[in-house]
Design a protein around this ligand. Structure first.
Ligand code: BES
Ligand code: ZN
Ligand code: ZN
Length: 491
């Protein structure tokens, strides 16, 4: 999709006109709103948030369309509402079989102009996303918009709009990198190819990528990670990404860890067929981290960020780990494996220990499609968070407000920690039937030492079964935008 900002008016065929509640009450016909006023008076169009009405007018060459888009109360507008409203308008335009959409800039008293522009572009492009590269015929695919333009920007604001467009583009691309990685099947994206992709993206965006093979991972003593990986014929790859944006403060490093299970069959604690269908997406945390690194580097944030993905597959074979095994870990703690499907936490604890001990990060965020339980608790709406640090969580909340990717903090009381203590090893990898997302998070928390830490479970948010506003069916790329905004807060 080609994006532009323009000053003044446009002669476009498809124009979207955003309208606040009450703005058609003035009964004047100035400002080109007379048609909208008539529509309102006839009850065809309300100005409430999300209401939409398309008017087709015959012109010299075919039709021109005016899409009236209700924004609701002016003072209640947020960046996320702008994204979703824009998404709605773009979907409406898709139905018209047109390839170009021009939308009038939204003026808002509470969202700054820069953020308005950003949100409009994000909402438009992310709605337009398609993952159809494996379709050999195009006759079934829906129409997509090729040009999206924001018009009626005044001269004074034009430079700001152009800058907002640049940031929006980097944010959108980061999210799309993550969506694409998640949507690719596991026979295409496996540890080696995921590492290759990370390298390509690193070159494009400007961050370093180092990949460790199995032998090197063995030398690092990442025993828990290797236990998960050993059931697969695909070699594990430890992917380490580094962006140094603040050379004057090299001690301060934000550490990001992404779960990188390119496929999760469950292992010997095998998943049912239905549960396995979407398990190519079990590297959603890795995808988000790689997407975030892209945007962080492209935007040249003044911060040092190191990201680690301990990538592997969870499979079944004569060499695979088994329920009942007692395994080691890089940190030295022993773990009783009671369920081979609780594999993510085993790879993550070694990645977390690695990033603290070897990369010397000062703070740790891990992002993972870790538990089905988070879907039960929060659905596909919000990611579940476990943390040991209030201030760090406050920054995540700010990032969440800015990105529109919702988070919800879960309690981390000591009672929950009791549930993952083993009788015969230091820890066990499941905490029983209850509080599954919390015990999974706290399992990782056992390895973060005293570092400020956020665990973000995106198992519910990283995949949707059908389109919902600008989140399109399949991988949502959840987390890439959130982590970028968190890094921005940490600068
Ligand atoms: N990858 C899954 C979690 C998952 C479930 C992600 C649904 C996306 C959608 C994870 O490895 C897993 O299988 N977790 C188990 C943990 C249990 C055995 C304690 C789960 O949630 O059932
Ligand atoms: Zn699993
Ligand atoms: Zn998993």
């Amino acid at each position: 999709m080609k994006l532009t900002v323009i000053q003044g008016k446009t002669n476009a065929v498809v124009k979207v006109i955003p309208i606040y509640e009450g703005s058609l009450d003035k009964k004047t016909s100035c400002g080109g709103l007379s048609t909208a006023i008539k529509l309102k008076n006839s009850g065809k169009f309300k100005e409430s948030y999300g209401d939409i009405y398309t008017l087709a007018k015959e012109a010299e060459e075919g039709f021109v369309y005016r899409i009236f888009l209700g924004l609701g109360k002016k003072e209640e507008l947020t960046p996320e509402k702008i994204r979703r409203a824009t998404s709605k308008a773009v979907k409406e335009a898709m139905k018209l079989n047109e390839t170009s959409v021009h939308m009038k800039v939204i003026d808002s008293p509470n969202v700054c102009f820069y953020d308005v522009i950003k949100a409009m572009f994000e909402g438009a492009v992310l709605t337009n996303y398609k993952f159809d590269k494996y379709k050999t015929s195009n006759n079934e695919t829906k129409k997509f918009i090729e040009y999206f333009e924001i018009f009626k920007i005044n001269e004074d604001n034009f430079k700001i709009a152009e800058n907002a467009l640049k940031e929006a583009q980097d944010i959108i691309e980061g999210n799309i990198i993550a969506r694409d990685l998640v949507n690719e099947p596991a026979n295409v994206i496996y540890p080696e190819t995921l590492a290759e992709k990370a390298k390509e993206i690193g070159v494009k965006a400007g961050f370093d990528v180092k990949v460790f093979n199995k032998e090197e991972i063995e030398k690092l003593n990442m025993k828990a990670y290797l236990e998960v990986a050993k059931g697969s014929d695909k070699e594990p790859k430890l992917i380490v990404m580094k962006y140094e944006g603040n050379k004057e403060d090299v001690q301060n490093i934000l550490g990001l860890v992404g779960k990188g299970l390119t496929y999760d069959s469950g292992g010997y604690s095998i998943k049912p067929t239905d549960g396995m269908k979407t398990m190519k997406s079990d590297m959603g945390g890795a995808a988000a981290v790689i997407g975030a690194m892209y945007t962080i580097a492209k935007q040249k944030l003044k911060i040092n960020v190191t990201a680690v993905v301990a990538s592997c597959e969870n499979m079944i074979s004569g060499g695979a780990y088994k329920p009942g095994d007692i395994i080691g870990s890089m940190a030295g703690k022993t773990i009783e494996v009671l369920n081979t499907d609780a594999e993510g936490r085993l790879t993550l604890v070694d990645a977390v220990n690695y990033i603290i001990e070897k990369e010397k990060v000062s703070k740790v965020v891990d992002m993972a499609t870790l538990t089905g339980a988070v879907l039960v608790a929060l659905g596909t709406t919000a990611s579940g968070v476990v943390t040991n640090n209030k201030d760090f969580y406050t920054k995540l909340e700010i990032a969440s407000n800015n990105s529109g990717e919702k988070v919800w903090q879960l309690p981390a009381f000591d009672e929950y920690k009791e549930l993952i203590k083993s009788d015969i090893a230091d820890l066990k990898n499941i905490g029983g039937k209850c509080a599954g997302t919390i015990t999974a998070g706290l399992f990782i928390g056992e390895f973060v030492q005293e570092k400020p830490w956020l665990h973000i479970d995106i198992a519910g948010t990283s995949w949707v079964d059908s389109d919902k506003h600008y989140r399109t069916k399949g991988g949502t790329g959840e987390g890439a935008r959130l982590l970028y905004h968190l890094a921005k807060e940490e600068q």
